[in-house]
Design a protein around this ligand. Sequence first.
Ligand code: MLC
Ligand code: AMP
Length: 508
Amino acid sequence: MTNNNLFSLIQSRYPDDMSQVFLQNPGGLSLSYAALDQGTARVAGTLRHLGAKAGDRVVVQVEKSAEAVMLYLGCVRAGAIYVPLNTAYTAAELDYFVADAKPHVLVCRPESLDTFTEIAADHNVAHTLSLGLEEGGTLVDAMDRVPDGDGAVEVRGLDDIAAILYTSGTTGRSKGAMLSHGNLASNALCLHELWGFVPGDVLLHALPIYHVHGLFVALHCALLNASTVWFLPKFDVAQVMPLIPKSTVMMGVPTFYVRLLDQDDFGPEMCDGMRLFVAGSAPLLSETFAAFEARTGHRILERYGMTEAGMITSNPLNGERLAGSVGFTLPGTRARVCDDDGNTVAMGEPGTLEITGPNVFLGYWQNPEKTKAEFRDDGYFITGDVATMSGDGRICIVGRAKDLIISGGFNVYPKEIELEIDALDGVSESAVIGLPHRDFGEAVTAVVVRGPSLHVDEAAIKSALVDTLAKFKQPKKVFFVGALPRNAMGKVQKNALREQYADTFSGS
Ligand code: MLC
Ligand code: AMP
């Protein structure tokens, strides 16, 4: 029987010499492929020992580390479902994810163990462990209690769920996108080939590992290539720059490239050995593309994707990479540009991008209504991105049908912020918008109408949100107005607000 567990695919690509380094960093990290295999086997064995069966969820909020990668891959190996959470989420936000995912095991940072233990008790989670160096209650302790030899790769089918990644819709709370072993494997195989990975490629990895970009796209390409990875805790330009000459591929959000260009000593010599710079998760401005080419001679390869489908389109490796275009659909993925009723629009006209293919997710976790609403009857998924497609299939993302802000590659759903602000004393209503920001692409901004009682100011609103919303969601600026502009239907005209406040961050 074929085992379609993603981990089997990864194992099949191990290097001949298992002492080869998989993850390394200048801080002393050096994890070989042999250690990766042993570590993931122990994680898988530990999860089994804790009673986690195939299909049970493991919810994880941990710092980026080699152990976190082994936790992810160990989970996949055991057939459990990996559910990573953004490290910026507050305790108030975490409760929702645990309640929704109903995990068997929770793994958190040592400093959050008390908080998570409380949350776990509220939701009957069997085990709460911390991933860290402290004594007691840690995953490492749990691993020590488990005999070797229970790390078998669980047999999984293409449609079995490997991971659930939470993402919000235009309304309501976050939904868990169910990604199967088949989804992840097909996208990884496709990108590895499309982007021309060759023996000896070294990946520079400075992305977080709780989103598809850093967790799947970057790590899976490296693993399928048996590559060594410079594995940095976060994007710190001072740490990244010296590693560029020692790498051949880098993947990043546009903010990475803006920050590199801000460095006077970032230049072409440093990039001599680089084969490929990839950008995505947010629009890459044409100015950034042009400035990067002028400075380094490299044309950044922009690709487009989303949590529900991994990577969807890419500019070509060999061929014209155009600024402002996200390229062509990946082999195996099909796309069409449609009106609101799902009818294909004329070539070159804007419409909502709809997609289908082996990379498209199974649906939203325990949310059949939302799943049904986002798929057409013929199986196409409605991305909510507004695109144009030229006669030769080249795609440009020209807008969003969904009310979404993308800040430094993180998605922020205005509705979620508006609900929090509207609930504050002294607020009548609010509108949250994204305004152009040089570094983050868009900056979260709130426009607030005060209520009749209690005089709230910007500081009061900002401080009220500190414990409820992750830092990247908190408004960087709050404006007060007498009334929000509305159209004849009573809908808030966010375009008018975006125009009015367009220059707010022009000095940033
Ligand atoms: C951090 N802050 C942010 C922020 N990141 N605010 C808005 N947007 C962000 N993205 C906060 C910090 O808490 C800090 O607050 C202040 O802003 C400035 O912090 P910083 O030091 O400049 O931020 P930094 O830690 O350097 O992080 C910026 C970043 C990071 C761009 C490096 O956000 C990042 O790695 N983003 C990548 C996101 C990603 O991987 N997206 C992929 C999603 S998958 P203060 O007040 O304390 O100073 C996807 C599909 C696809 O979209 O196609 O790939
Ligand atoms: P997420 O839900 O975090 O996976 O974010 C996915 C969204 O990011 C997509 O629906 C797009 O709106 C946006 N996105 C990703 N890549 C690009 C890109 N290259 N250009 C424009 N938008 C992008």
